[in-house]
Structures are given as structure tokens and as C-alpha cells.
Design a protein around this ligand. Structure first.
Ligand code: C5P
Length: 398
């Protein structure tokens, strides 16, 4: 899986920098190209000559070449790479990455990086355990970076504990399975609905809901990163998407979402219906702003079309459909009923009774239910929840 992959290897000031040599050797043996970017203190531990000899490429460390003033483009490196690995990652570099302190070439490269980033911390046990380091690692996780947990064992300080950089062979295995997983939706086309819908009442008001689109967009990104072409139909949300595999159509109302989804569905292999679609829409949209008048306003609402149910009827053999159920009571029975009624292959249940689950949060707690049974997952970031959902999708999509 690493054949031809372009890896930017960031090396920082830690005694584990010597292990970077084994990492480079292993990556090159598997057919990868490696470009080292090293921090000034990284160079105190290992020489650029050793590294450039192993990689066959000059090591990047300064913003420009002191001999001829030519500029080293961190932006170019960010576009060139298939992955960036920071190994070893010192507490200082982790802190700078988490906070955007761009005072060296490694951090500017990280900030420009378009490819997935892996971080392998290496430090003394107390530094690793410090709330500051843990908070910075949590921040990196929230940016979607992959943290390669350090191992527990003998440290350079002669103490024993958690902080040893993961062994190079294991880092290579992690990268290898990442790229294997990354392409498991190659050639597939997936429709995803996300976000809320707004149902117009008059030129300035609408009926909407609290959906932020975070879950649907995390799913779109996960499918795109794993090689699928994603037809994302998005209600009004503020989140941007920029993965080239995501073809996004922005809509406002349930009717617009229905039209876009039913048009796109026949050419797809799977659909994930994550949008919180309004069930009712105003029967008439006032041409002018509704004025305050009397002590009561009665609105007449008409049911919208159920997109999931319509697609469930159109579904051909081999097409996979995943729905969501956000419930407040009798959760599992309601979800099972929807699974059958909408002809879904599985349904993702989240309950508003669980803290940190559902609308607007960055986390979610879900149960995946199909005809055979159910799997409960703990509270995780929406990015990780997206992975669990897509893993199940991959196991059934042909
Ligand atoms: O019936 P309920 O709205 O709870 O069902 C939730 C599932 O149905 C979600 O997958 C949601 O995206 C989908 N749905 C839809 N069109 C509607 C209503 C719900 O696609 N009009």
C-alpha cells in the first residue's frame, strides 16, 4: 500500500530522532518517497547528512536556502504529500501544532498540509501525562490528525512509563492499513444528505431545526478520503467542504433536497440519509413579511415527502441505504420500525437523552441497527463515528 506514496516526515528534538532513520529505511523499502522536514532542535539529535543520505533528498529545515536565498515552499510540500508523519513529535512541537505557532519550517508545513497527518509523540512520562500535552493532543485529534500513542517502557531519562515513541515497524503498519482502508470505497459513488432544511414562512422567516450538518459532512469526508465520489446534498449549514471527491449541492427546503436526492440516487452505489429533513412545511408562503396582528397566529402545515422512503422504493438490487434516527423516547423500537418502513440496510440511532449526542455537538453516541441485530458504540468524535458507520457500509456495499 505504501508503493509510490509520498511521505513528509517531520522530525523534532527528541532522543527518539534516531528511530527516524529506521522509519525512513522501512518506508523506502516499501516503495515510499520520503521528504524530511526537521526542526532546529531535531538537528541537534541527528544530522541532515544522515537523513538526506537515507532519503536521497535534501533535508528541509530553513524557510530559505542560506547559500542562494531560494525559498523552500511549505505550501508545495503540503500539496505534494500523501501523508505527513511527525515522528518523533516532542511536547513543544505538539503544542505549536495545536496552536498554530509557525516559527519553523515543520510547523508551516503542517499548517499547509492537505494530506492526513500522523503524530507519534516521544517524551518523558510526566511530560506526556501533563494536562497541557494531553489537551494539545486532544486539539490535534479534533483537527482530524491521527495520534500514534506512545508505548510504555524504558525511557531515556532511565524512568519507566508511557512516552516511548512507537516503534518504526508499527508506525509503518499503521500507515499501510491507513492507505488500505483509504481506498476501500474506490470507484463507488455515494449520495449523502446532510444538515437541516429551512421551510419558508415568508420572505424573512422559516421553520428549521438545530442540525449543524457536522455528522453528514464528517461522513462525506470519510467516504471521500476512502476513495468514493460523494454526491453531498446539503441543507443550510455554515461548514465548508473542500475534498475534491465531494460534489456538493446546496439546497434549502425539503422539496429541493427531495428533488436533488431522487435525481442523484439512481447513479449511486449507496446513500446515507443523514439530513434532518422537515416533516412539515407551511401550506402557503406569504408573499410579504407576516405582520403582528391580533393575539394569535395559526399556521397551516402540510407534510413533506419522505426522501428516505422514496429512495427505499427506488432502490435496486445491490444498492445500500443507511438512515438515521434521532429519537427522544422508545428509541430502539422507533429505529427498528424506520429500518423496515424506509427499506434501509441499517439505521444509525442516536438519542437526545445521551449527553454529547445528536445536534450541534462535535461528538455522538450511536447504535447501528440492522435486521440481524445491533452494535452499540461509546461516545466518540463525529469523525470517529463516521468511520464506524463507513466501516459497516463497506462490509455490505458490493
Ligand atoms: O422519520 P424520521 O424523520 O425520524 O427518519 C429519519 C430518517 O429519514 C433519516 O435518515 C432522515 O434523513 C430521513 N428522512 C428523509 N426525508 C424526510 C424525513 C426523514 O430522508 N422527509
Amino acid at each position: 500500500m505504501l508503493q509510490g506514496k509520498k511521505i513528509v516526515l517531520g522530525i523534532t528534538g527528541s532522543i527518539a530522532a534516531y528511530k527516524a532513520c529506521y522509519l525512513i529505511r522501512g518506508l523506502i523499502k516499501q516503495g515510499a518517497e520520503v521528504q524530511v522536514v526537521i526542526t532546529p532542535s531535531g538537528k541537534e539529535f541527528i544530522t541532515p547528512l544522515t537523513l538526506s543520505t537515507l532519503t536521497g533528498k535534501p533535508v528541509v529545515s530553513e524557510f530559505f536556502d542560506r547559500r542562494d536565498g531560494s525559498w523552500h515552499s511549505h505550501v508545495q510540500l503540503g500539496l505534494w504529500a500523501d501523508a505527513m508523519v511527525v515522528a518523533p513529535a516532542s511536547a513543544s512541537t505538539i503544542g505549536k501544532m495545536a496552536n498554530g505557532i509557525a516559527d519553523n519550517m515543520l510547523i508551516t508545513t503542517y499548517l499547509s498540509m492537505k494530506a492526513p497527518v500522523f503524530v507519534a509523540p516521544a517524551m518523558d512520562l510526566d511530560m506526556f501525562a501533563h494536562p497541557s500535552t494531553q489537551k494539545n493532543l486532544e486539539t490535534l485529534r479534533s483537527y482530524g490528525n491521527h495520534i500514534i500513542e506512545p508505548a510504555t517502557g524504558f525511557l531515556a531519562s532511565k524512568l519507566e512509563g508511557k512516552g516511548r515513541m512507537e516503534e518504526p515497524e508499527h508506525i509503518i503498519e499503521i500507515l499501510d492499513s491507513f492507505f488500505a482502508e483509504k481506498s476501500d470505497l474506490q470507484g463507488k459513488r455515494i449520495l449523502i444528505t446532510a444538515g437541516p432544511t429551512y421551510e419558508k414562512l415568508d420572505p424573512v422567516r422559516f421553520i428549521g431545526n438545530y442540525s449543524s450538518g457536522k455528522m453528514g459532512i464528517a461522513l462525506a469526508e470519510e467516504c471521500a478520503e476512502r476513495g468514493a465520489t460523494v454526491e453531498l446534498i446539503c441543507g443550510p449549514v455554515s461548514i465548508k467542504t473542500n475534498h475534491p471527491n465531494i460534489l456538493r449541492t446546496d439546497v434549502e427546503s425539503a422539496a429541493e433536497m427531495y428533488k436533488a436526492a431522487t435525481e442523484a440516487f439512481p447513479n449511486t452505489d449507496a446513500a446515507i440519509l443523514c439530513a434532518a429533513v422537515a416533516d412539515f412545511t407551511p401550506s402557503v408562503v406569504a408573499g410579504n413579511k407576516i405582520k403582528r396582528k391580533g393575539d394569535k397566529l395559526t399556521l397551516e402545515l402540510t407534510p413533506t415527502k419522505d426522501i428516505a422512503q422514496a429512495l427505499g422504493k427506488m432502490k435496486r438490487d445491490g444498492q445500500v441505504m443507511v438512515g438515521f434516527a434521532l429519537e427522544t423516547n422508545d428509541e430502539e423500537n422507533n429505529a427498528k420500525e424506520k429500518l423496515l418502513k424506509k427499506n434501509l440496510d441499517f439505521i444509525v440511532l442516536n438519542s437526545l437523552q445521551d449527553d454529547g449526542a445528536g445536534f450541534r455537538h462535535n461528538t455522538n453516541k450511536v447504535t447501528l441497527i440492522d435486521k440481524e441485530g445491533e452494535t452499540k458504540f461509546p461516545l466518540k468524535s463525529k469523525k470517529e463515528v463516521a468511520k464506524d458507520i463507513v466501516n459497516k457500509l463497506v462490509s455490505i456495499v458490493k
